[in-house]
Design a protein around this ligand. Structure first.
Ligand SMILES: [Zn+2]
Length: 402
């Protein structure tokens, strides 16, 4: 593929930022900070953006470790979603230090095209992907308002990182967390059991109810729970029992319907046991990922051009969840996966943390950054590409909400 002058300019800007970007990514790797404590990581990345001429708003949306780094003005607005949170116990076991570097450098590269093109380039510093969902709260606070196109990256295992370019690929599940609490009455479990109200029994009914519900949901649905409080002693009737459930389905709408069914089960269990129910949705849901194959095909084209040839993904239901989904409900969104290990490894592990700090992974990080920067450039140059991506996005969103 013959590169245009602008494409070369974007790639040159990325090369010029290579040393500073790698240093920042290494710093984040060496200072793993879990969700909502990413003070050093977000500051380091925000500083990098300032060094390359971006106007940075820290604590974006009132979230202490979020930021918005902006260059240019007017439409279209092309955004890159950087993440930097680590995982408890396994440090950068999801490689988010590489998501930080690749998205930052993509923004720096694409900003070089603003010399002679209108538009705005934004790098969003998105905390807490692994818990709570920083983007969920950033979206609620309006941080992504006005965004035309969102692009991002994610590392994966070698041989198991794919290009999702066809129908039914690259999906994730919407996800709602639920807390279920029962309040009962203690009694001597042997001497005066008739005076007790057993809150643990209520919780056990919930687990049975959810397991029965499992027969009558789509096979893509996931429901899993744990008991976090189940009593203090066998001879004291439990007056307090508590469980945490995650329920996941193909769309926000389906997930909300599922959470309502679990609420009915919990209400039934309260009636059966006599315990008083508290049913809590502690966080707004992660949305499922609305795929955008118009943009994904662009990513594939550039990854191929840059020598990172990944197999095409095969259609399968989403399994995990990501808060990138919440952005994908607001604007057409696409993600470049890039492999950082030789073969399949357990994800969310110290093996991935080690891999996320090796030379070849930093190389892959720059390749992914270049690919999404070039897709961003296509969007700046071709309004018809944005229109095609938005048309696809509108119809997929309508199908989810219909
Ligand atoms: Zn991740």
């Amino acid at each position: 593929m013959e590169l245009t002058e602008r494409q070369e300019r974007v790639l040159r800007a990325i090369e010029a930022a290579r040393t500073a970007t790698r240093r920042t990514s290494e710093f984040i790797h060496a200072n793993p900070e879990v969700a909502m404590t990413e003070e050093k990581s977000s500051a380091a990345l925000a500083d990098l953006m300032e060094e390359f001429g971006f106007d940075v708003e820290r604590q974006a949306g009132g979230i202490s470790t979020a930021f918005v780094a902006k260059r240019g003005s007017g439409r279209p607005v092309i955004g890159f979603l950087a993440e930097y949170d680590a995982l408890p116990g396994v440090a950068h076991g999801c490689g988010h230090n590489l998501i930080a570097g690749s998205n930052a450098v993509a923004g720096i590269g694409l900003a070089a095209a603003l010399e002679d093109l209108p538009g705005t380039v934004i790098v969003y510093g998105c905390p807490a992907e692994e818990a709570i969902g920083g983007k969920v709260y950033m979206a609620q606070a309006g941080v992504f308002d006005g965004l035309d196109i969102a692009l991002t990256t994610h590392p994966g295992a070698g041989g198991h990182t794919f290009n999702p370019v066809s129908e039914g690929t690259g999906l994730s599940l919407a996800w709602q967390e639920i807390e279920i609490i029962y309040h009962g009455q203690t009694a001597h479990a042997a001497a005066d059991p008739e005076n007790g109200i057993n809150s643990l029994n209520a919780l056990l009914f919930v687990f049975h109810g959810v397991d029965s519900l499992r027969q009558h949901v789509k096979s893509s649905v996931r429901m899993h729970g744990i008991i976090t409080h189940g009593g203090v002693a066998p001879n004291v009737t439990p007056d307090y029992a508590r469980a945490r459930f995650f329920v996941r389905a193909e769309s926000l709408k389906e997930t909300a319907e599922l959470a309502e069914k679990v609420r009915k089960i919990a209400e039934g269990a309260a009636s059966m046991s006599g315990a008083r129910l508290e049913f809590i949705l502690p966080h707004p849901p992660y949305a499922d990922q609305v795929p955008n194959y118009t943009l994904q095909r662009g990513i594939k084209e550039y990854l191929d051009m840059l020598g990172m040839q990944l197999p095409d993904a095969t259609p399968e239901p989403g399994r995990g969840s990501t808060d990138v989904g919440n952005v994908s409900y607001l604007a057409p969104t696409a993600c470049a996966g890039f492999p950082i290990t030789e073969g399949l490894v357990p994800w969310h592990s110290t093996i991935v943390h080690e891999a996320a700090g090796q030379d070849s992974s930093y190389e892959a990080m720059f390749t992914a950054g270049k690919a999404i920067a070039l897709v961003g450039l296509d969007c700046l140059e071709k309004p018809e590409l944005i229109e095609a991506a938005r048309q696809e996005w509108r119809s997929r969103l309508a199908a989810r909400e219909g």
